[in-house]
Design a protein around this ligand. Structure first.
Ligand code: MG
Length: 280
């Protein structure tokens, strides 16, 4: 069975200008595009994020994954992080955000996952949307109307997350199941990118750099120029072809508009109806 989404992706990561080590880890290999931002002193965060990504690496090469596949890998990852020996990562934790390719009745879907404050965005039909919702103290304050989005980006509590893998958290991930369209561009990043670059700037770079590797490299570079106060990781994922229900043929970017399954591609739904489980 061929992959339901044909993908070209690029990724870049950098320690940044202030930190001594890079505690971010990432995986950009079909069908998984994930960023993990580790936390914990004495390199513990680096060990935790690497352990989680290593667990998901065992799934590389499959045409698609299910929510159950991801949940099972997450349980194994959690056990690995919780079993880290004292001194080499006890109490360590990590975020996890990104997309995996899913197959829903023969159609290509993005299965987005999030735990913590790394982010997954989607540029689709000319519009950039943040898919993931941060599990953070400032996001809770924003949700409750106690802080506006602008103040949140400067708030001293902006690095405090409310769910993680490890770090004493047993918080469940959020999942979103979104029908993919040829031409979709997904960005997965750590807060070292979203904390340095305004969303409008991220949007502009994603639109102006056609090549996904060039886009990822430039985003990380620009975050460095803005201060590089944290580790920075960006994965840019382009859907060049998406299998649709009608005949199972690939709809390429150029022909999507005239494909017979056009009404299908236009079937955008409100986010509330797309949640596949979890929910915040
Ligand atoms: Mg970070």
């Amino acid at each position: 069975m061929s992959a339901p989404i044909t993908i070209v992706a690029g990724s870049a990561t950098d320690t940044g200008l202030r930190r001594r080590i890079n505690e971010d880890s990432h995986l950009a290999a079909s069908p998984l595009f994930l960023v993990a931002d580790g936390m914990g002193g004495h390199q513990a965060g680096e060990v935790a994020s690497a352990a989680v990504i290593a667990e998901f690496t065992t799934l590389v090469g499959r045409p698609s994954l299910t929510v159950d596949d991801v949940q099972a890998a997450l349980r194994r990852a959690r056990r690995r992080v919780e079993a880290l020996p004292a001194g080499a990562g006890a109490g360590a934790g990590t975020t996890l955000s990104g997309v995996v390719v899913a197959d829903v009745e023969g159609e290509g879907y993005w299965l987005a996952i999030n735990l913590g404050d790394s982010r997954t965005y989607r540029l689709s039909d000319g519009e950039l949307e943040q898919i993931s919702v941060d599990h953070s103290v400032v996001q809770e304050l924003v949700d409750n109307g106690l802080l506006d989005r602008d103040a949140a980006s400067r708030d001293a509590r902006r690095n405090v997350i409310t769910r993680a893998i490890g770090a004493g958290s047993d918080g469940e991930p959020d999942f979103w199941l979104l029908p993919a369209e040829a031409g979709d561009r997904i960005l997965v990043c750590s807060d070292g990118l979203s904390g340095e670059l305004a969303e409008a700037r991220i949007d502009a770079v994603l639109r102006s750099e056609a090549d996904p590797q060039a886009a990822a490299t430039r985003l990380v570079h620009e975050a460095m120029l803005h201060g590089g106060r944290d580790n920075i990781t960006a994965i840019v994922v382009d859907a060049t072809g998406v299998r649709s229900r009608a005949g199972g043929a690939d709809a390429s970017h150029d022909t999507a508009g005239s494909a017979p399954d056009d009404e299908f591609d236009a079937d955008t739904r409100p986010r509330a109806t797309q949640a596949a489980g979890g929910g915040s």
